[in-house]
Design a protein around this ligand. Structure first.
Ligand SMILES: [Zn+2]
Length: 455
């Protein structure tokens, strides 16, 4: 075991044959960290989670610095004190917008979201500094690159992403995604929680199924599921933790049917605003329908991605997102592969315990390296010693804009290199094993879970 330790490479090389001594010397001319960085930077990646809009749509719209800052980074700038209404005010010039933004950006630029924005502006557009003086040039550079070919350049050539799992939440009806870049994740949350009579009518329009009972609602979900498979769906996705707690009781058919009647007749409207995330008058129906969705995934052999942990935007109930609420599903559906998102931050300890206990629970670092780079490194250290390595997915960009997905991947590779070099120094694994683990995290594990179903 000792000979595996990086610092012993050099003395061992002296005792080896000339050929292998040369190889070892070549290996030793760089530090362990540098060698791992070279290996990990070269790796191709399967990206478990994106919201990247179609390239034709992206390049037909004006895009500037604030477009890119508008995804995630702006939420930390608001958290630093920028009034939310100022952040979104229409009809002001970029200069005025920057004057309002800058006093709070200077505090938010160190967070993971801030780092990702700075890396994108530096690497893709060539500006080390974001200031009132550089802003017009940054905007010019962004506009100049905003044309067809951008996605190939950024996602393939620069980021070396083989393909990404795309959550196209903006498409209520299933549509195939561009197979050069994406495989498809589809959401059925609107069938789990239609919310109102109007919500039911929308589902009728989407599926052509008449919904006058619980059975009709299930048929509509089944129809949408079939259509999604036809469009190339690789995985189910749920973001229901934005709306309610992740605890799905085994609700009886009769109780769910009664809740459907109440909803269809408008007997108990959802409360307004944030209270709706706690008071759920149709909870029994939602619970029942979520089980129906997981059974459909089981019947078709499709994995289920579930949002757990911290929520996008500003303000929500983090306690709703604790992944331990899902435990009964892991018992009830052992054949369904569950992919739990965002390392369940700040519940990454709970997630490790569940991925250890249940063969069907997987850990996903999507969004995590930008939520907290330091927690991601700490968590990866812990997961590698707690959970079998075939169940960990190392990266998912979780952005609308490919420049930021690239920047997130820079941070993910950097984190993996740092953790794996510390693991080699600690004698946890050899250098070759560290490279193999990085490849499993970034490519092999997600490729096995989310295979390309179409050429
Ligand atoms: Zn997402």
């Amino acid at each position: 075991m000792l000979s595996r330790r990086g610092w012993l490479w050099w003395p061992l090389a002296g005792a080896a044959s000339i050929g292998s001594a040369r190889a070892a010397q070549g290996r030793s001319s760089k530090s362990l960290r540098e060698r791992l960085r070279d290996a990990v930077d070269r790796m191709e990646v399967v990206n478990t989670h994106e919201h990247i809009i179609p390239e034709a749509e992206r390049t037909s719209q004006p895009v500037d610095f604030f477009t890119l800052a508008g995804h995630y980074a702006i939420n930390d700038v608001i958290s630093a004190g920028l009034p939310a209404e100022t952040a979104t005010r229409a009809g002001i010039s970029p200069v005025e917008r920057f004057q309002a933004f800058e006093p709070y950006w200077k505090h938010a630029r160190f967070t993971g979201y801030g780092q990702a924005l700075r890396i994108a502006i530096r690497d893709i557009y060539g500006f080390d500094e974001i200031s009132a003086a550089t802003l017009p040039k940054i905007d010019e550079a962004i506009a100049a690159k905003n044309k067809p070919g951008l996605y190939r350049q950024v996602l393939k050539e620069r980021a070396r992403i083989r393909y990404s799992v795309l959550d196209d939440y903006w498409n209520p009806a299933p549509k195939p995604a561009d197979p050069e870049f994406f495989v498809l994740a589809r959401k059925f949350d609107r069938y789990v929680m239609p919310g109102s009579r109007k919500g039911i009518e929308e589902l009728e329009k989407l599926t052509g199924v008449s919904i006058t009972s619980l059975a009709g609602l299930k048929q509509a979900m089944e129809k949408s599921f079939e259509q999604s498979l036809e469009a190339g769906m690789t995985t189910v996705k749920s973001t229901i933790a934005y709306n309610r707690e992740l605890r799905f009781a085994e609700a009886e058919e009769g109780a769910a049917a009664k809740a459907f009647e109440d909803l269809a007749q408008g007997n108990a409207p959802l409360p307004e605003g944030f209270r709706a995330a706690v008071e759920r008058p149709f909870r029994t129906l939602e619970d029942h329908m979520f089980h129906h969705l997981v059974r459909l995934a089981e019947a078709h052999g499709v994995p289920v991605q579930i949002h757990t942990g911290i929520l996008a935007g500003n303000g929500n109930f983090v306690t709703n997102t604790n992944p331990t609420g899902l435990t009964n599903l892991f018992f009830l559906y052992p054949k369904v592969k569950f992919d739990l998102f965002h390392i369940s931050y700040p519940y990454q300890g709970e997630l490790a315990a569940m991925a250890k206990l249940f063969p069907n629970v997987h850990i996903d670092f999507c969004w995590a390296h930008i939520i907290s780079p330091a927690v991601s490194r700490r968590a990866l250290h812990e997961f590698l010693e707690t959970v079998p390595v075939n169940k960990i997915f190392g990266y998912g960009g979780d952005y609308r804009y490919p420049e930021l997905s690239y920047a997130h991947l820079v941070m993910a590779r950097r984190n993996i290199v740092q953790v794996m070099s510390e693991k080699v120094e600690d004698g946890f694994c050899s250098e070759d094993e560290a490279v193999a683990i990085a490849r499993m995290l970034l490519d092999e594990n997600p490729a096995r879970m989310f295979p390309r179903r179409r050429a």
